[in-house]
Design a protein around this ligand. Sequence first.
Ligand code: ZN
Length: 279
Amino acid sequence: MADLLFGTGGTPRSAKTASTIDGIRRIAELRLGCMEIEFVQGVKMGGAGARLVAEIATKEGVKLSAHAPYFINLNAHEPEKITASQGRLFQTARIAAICGAESVVFHTAFYLGDLAEETYNQVKKYLGEVLSQLRRENNQVQLRSEVMGKQSEFGTLEELLALCTELEGLGICMDFAHWHARTEKFNSYPEFDSILRQIKQRLGRAALDNMHIHISGIAYGKKGETKHLNLKESDFQYIELLKALRDYDVKGLVICESPNLEEDALLLQTTYNTLLQTD
Ligand SMILES: [Zn+2]
């Protein structure tokens, strides 16, 4: 099996139905390697459904990850919203574990006008509680805080690298499109190289051996991300990124979140395989 697997954020558009099972089957037909189950509007899957998902994914040889609901804010000002956010993480991690998913990606928090440092401390406290509880349950899924594309969202590369060094069991979801949109930089080989070098320095080689990556085309303005685009309709230098991933021998999952999903996932996979041959 390849070291870097490519797949879609959610069921491919060309699947027979929008179900997770049909999504996994379509991923296998397309000869892609992975799929992220989108629980973004809530976890509606039960235990029996999740066991079936695990069975089909194993049979089809498709690796899975899961995306937690959008309604999470570990810097919410109301205690009940913090509890609800933590609850959504527990629920996603428990179902994802039954699905056989290796990672759960989540949007961590909004600043809500607070200082970045205050937000960081709140997130660290409440996320620490979630990670300890999941450890007590012996849940093997890795939670991954996503690098976010809007200025209003907690989740710069620096914040998440710091958080990962402080919280045992936390990983990063490196969304290269978000980071480009947020900074209006990081869209060239030397800049991608610098990101990977930084991850290696801060989190160790093991982090590059087990990366979780989001890629899409992206539109952005002064406040960062505005919407996702297909790669070829965007300015995103995906070939340069794939070269950097190749040169660092990065392993793990690459989830494509372009509107055309599998088309760009296949474009990324094909381009990457061509680059491997021209090593
Ligand atoms: Zn996301």
